[in-house]
Design a protein around this ligand. Structure first.
Ligand code: C5P
Length: 222
C-alpha cells in the first residue's frame, strides 16, 4: 500500500448534498458544494489510506487515489455507506437532506388550472451518521460535521452526544462558507474544543487528517 501515516487504513468519507426527487424533473436539494468532503478524501489518500468517497450530486473531479461511489438520495447514500464497511475511520461531511418526499410520482406534476399547488408531503430521511455510530461494525473513529449559523459550539457539543460520534467538526456557515473555499472550524471531542483559525478547505482537510492519523497511532489527537 501507499506509504504515509494512514497506510493500511480504510477511510470512508461522505460528501456533497443529496437530491430528493419530487417528480422525474424536480428535486429538493441544498447548497453543499462537496468541496470540504472531497478535500478530506484527497488528504486521506495523500496520507496513504484506502479511501471510499460516497458522493452526492456534485461537479467535482475525483481526487487521486480515491474510490468514488456516486449517489443521489439519502437512502442511496445510507446503502453505499453500509456497503463500504468495514472502515477504520468514517468522516461524514455530506449535507444529507433531512426530509424526502413521501412519494415521488413517475410522471411530471402539472399545473391543473385550479390555482392550488400540489401538496408536498415530506418524511424524515435516515440519519446515516447516527446509524453508523450504533452499527456493530462501527469504525473505531467516527467524525461528524455540523454546519451552524449560531451558538456553534453549544450545538456541536449537543450533536456529538446525540449522534454518538467521536468528534464533531463544527463550522460557522453564517458567512459564505457554503460553496466558498475557506472555512473556520472547531473540533469538538470528549476532551473539549480545538478551534482552528480560518484557512482554505484544503488546509482544514489536512489538519483533520493529521489529527486522525495521530489519534489512530497514539490514542490522542496531539
Ligand atoms: O443533524 P445534522 O444534519 O446537523 O448533522 C450533521 C452531521 O450528520 C453530518 O456529519 C452529516 O453528514 C450527518 N448526517 C447524516 N445523515 C443525515 C443527517 C446528517 O449522516 N440524515
Amino acid at each position: 500500500s501507499t506509504p504515509g501515516p494512514l497506510a493500511g487504513r480504510h477511510v470512508l468519507v461522505t460528501a456533497g448534498p443529496t437530491h430528493e426527487p419530487i417528480d422525474p424533473v424536480r428535486y429538493i436539494a441544498n447548497r453543499s458544494s462537496g468541496r470540504q468532503g472531497f478535500a478530506i478524501a484527497a488528504a486521506a489518500a495523500q496520507a496513504g489510506a484506502r479511501v471510499t468517497l460516497v458522493a452526492g450530486p456534485v461537479t467535482l473531479p475525483t481526487p487521486a487515489g480515491v474510490d468514488r461511489v456516486d449517489v443521489e438520495t439519502a437512502r442511496e447514500m445510507a446503502a453505499a455507506v453500509d456497503a463500504a464497511l468495514p472502515a477504520d475511520v468514517a468522516v461524514m461531511v455530506a449535507a444529507v437532506a433531512d426530509w424526502r418526499t413521501a412519494d415521488a410520482p413517475a410522471h411530471k406534476l402539472k399545473k391543473d388550472g385550479s390555482g392550488t399547488p400540489p401538496p408536498l408531503a415530506l418524511v424524515e430521511n435516515p440519519d446515516i451518521l447516527a446509524t453508523l455510530c450504533r452499527d456493530p461494525r462501527r469504525p473505531a473513529l467516527v467524525v461528524g460535521f455540523a454546519a451552524e449559523t449560531n451558538d456553534v459550539i453549544a450545538h456541536a457539543v449537543a450533536k456529538r452526544a446525540r449522534k454518538g460520534a467521536d468528534w464533531i467538526v463544527a463550522n460557522d456557515v453564517s458567512g459564505d462558507v457554503m460553496g466558498g473555499t475557506a472555512n473556520t472550524v472547531h473540533i469538538i471531542d470528549a476532551e473539549g474544543v480545538d478551534s482552528l483559525p480560518e484557512m482554505p478547505k484544503d488546509a482544514v482537510a489536512e489538519a483533520i487528517v493529521a489529527r486522525i492519523a495521530h489519534t489512530l497511532a497514539n490514542g490522542t489527537p496531539a
